[in-house]
Design a protein around this ligand. Structure first.
Ligand SMILES: *Cc1c(COP(=O)(O)O)cnc(C)c1O
Length: 395
């Protein structure tokens, strides 16, 4: 096995057909065109580790390196990745309606390098690319993924190419430029930017780093699930509200939970996964409601929450499978509800959520009002980026 890989990786696997691939090569999607998932020798991990001995001693989320694909870590590309805090959120900051008490925490991903949780996935992708000898990476982005890729790529000495919809938050576009990436603003949404990226990859040999077209970003996002398990002392909360665009984080967390469960480390049921989207771009919610496993393209997508404006997701079936298997549901909220939740939480608690994070709070409010949740449930909301990136948005 190549030294680029962790001792516990067994192979990669097509998420739809199960076809297996050796673990020491660069990949995009499977031969059948679906995302590839990294598989581990979980029996060997179970025999080698106990929950208390999980940490590799490395800082931040690299403490989980034994459950990650990366091999030798001496020359890691790092910008100071941290484990992010859980901040208790008083329920009356969200809703004044009387109801059963519900314990809520915000997982604040805004503290990661480049101010968003895209750092988790992208740091893994860049480190793996470096070890596999890839020199130029390209990405379609609504902002934060491109900013993270440009930053990690700068440190790794890689060339980075980003295609963004023309109305991507200006601060994100400026971030990419400051890190020296080649940035193009495109008249189209992110899936159309993805087609531009693919054309440049085909013509010029860029490595396509699009969501789920690269197998390691999902492993980085998996650290959110590992962190939650450890923070909750291996008894996961009842509900996780996740603002879903391409879905990497939801799929990654679900993968983490199943791996931990297979290792016998979890002493409670797995959380119900709640897929939150904006009313102006809710392809996964529509598919969930129809009972479908694939989602059609959402036409004329529009929302203030740029990070979840993804009209077509390659991993739609993986999100929908995870939501259903967990006993969760999918829910959309209006931009007005997003702004109202952001305002209420900021003025009552001093915590400024990004619009996508505020969408999860709005979805929790709806869930409580409509009685969708069990009484007294423990709940985690994901704040995926620092609210400071979005101060130019109308409140
Ligand atoms: C990318 C992004 C999301 C969506 O994450 P996925 O895992 O791709 O679904 C949500 N919020 C913010 C701020 C983002 O940057």
């Amino acid at each position: 096995m190549s030294e680029a890989f962790s001792a516990f990786v067994s192979h990669l696997e097509c998420s739809e057909t199960g076809e297996q691939y050796p673990a020491n090569q660069a990949y995009n999607v499977s031969n059948a065109g679906y995302p590839l998932l990294v598989r581990y020798n979980l029996n060997a991990l179970r025999d080698a580790l106990e929950p208390g001995t999980l940490s590799s001693g490395l800082p931040g989320f690299w403490r989980y390196s034994k459950l990650l694909p990366l091999g030798p870590l001496e020359q890691i590309v790092s910008l100071g990745e941290v484990c992010t805090p859980l901040i208790p959120l008083p329920i009356d900051a969200i809703t004044s309606s009387e109801g059963p008490p519900c314990k809520v925490w915000i997982k604040d991903e805004g503290l990661l390098p480049t101010g968003s949780f895209k750092a988790r996935g992208v740091s893994l992708a860049v480190n793996m690319a470096k070890q596999l000898g890839i020199q130029k990476m390209a990405i379609p982005t609504n902002g934060n993924a491109g900013a993270a890729l440009a930053a990690y790529g700068a440190q790794a000495g890689l060339e980075i190419l980003c295609y963004c919809p023309r109305d991507t938050p200006p601060i994100n576009v400026e971030e990419m430029r400051r890190y020296g990436a080649e940035v193009h603003l495109h008249d189209g949404l992110i899936h159309e930017c993805g087609a531009e990226v693919q054309a440049r990859c085909d013509a010029e040999g860029w490595f396509n780093t699009s969501t789920l077209r690269e197998p390691y970003r999902i492993e980085g996002k998996k650290t959110m699930g590992l962190e939650l398990a450890e923070q909750f002392d291996w008894q996961l909360p009842d509900y996780i509200f996740y603002p879903t665009g391409g879905g990497t984080g939801l799929i990654g967390m679900w993968k983490a939970f199943k791996e931990l469960k297979a290792m016998g480390w979890l002493s409670r049921d797995l959380p119900k996964m709640i897929c939150v989207q904006a009313e102006g771009c809710a392809p996964l919610v529509r598919a969930f409601e129809r009972g479908d496993r694939r989602a059609d393209v959402w036409e004329n997508a529009e929302t203030v929450a740029a990070g979840i404006r993804v009209p077509k997701a390659l991993g739609d079936f993986l999100v929908l499978d995870a939501v259903r298997e967990s006993g969760g549901y999918a829910l959309s909220v209006s931009d007005d509800a997003i702004r109202a939740a952001q305002h209420d939480i900021a003025t009552k608690t001093g915590f400024l959520m990004c619009p996508e994070g505020a969408a999860t709070a709005a979805a929790l409010k709806r869930s409580l009002t409509e009685g969708l949740m069990e009484p007294g449930a423990s709940t985690v909301l994901f704040n995926c980026a620092t609210g400071l990136k979005y101060l130019d948005l109308a409140s």
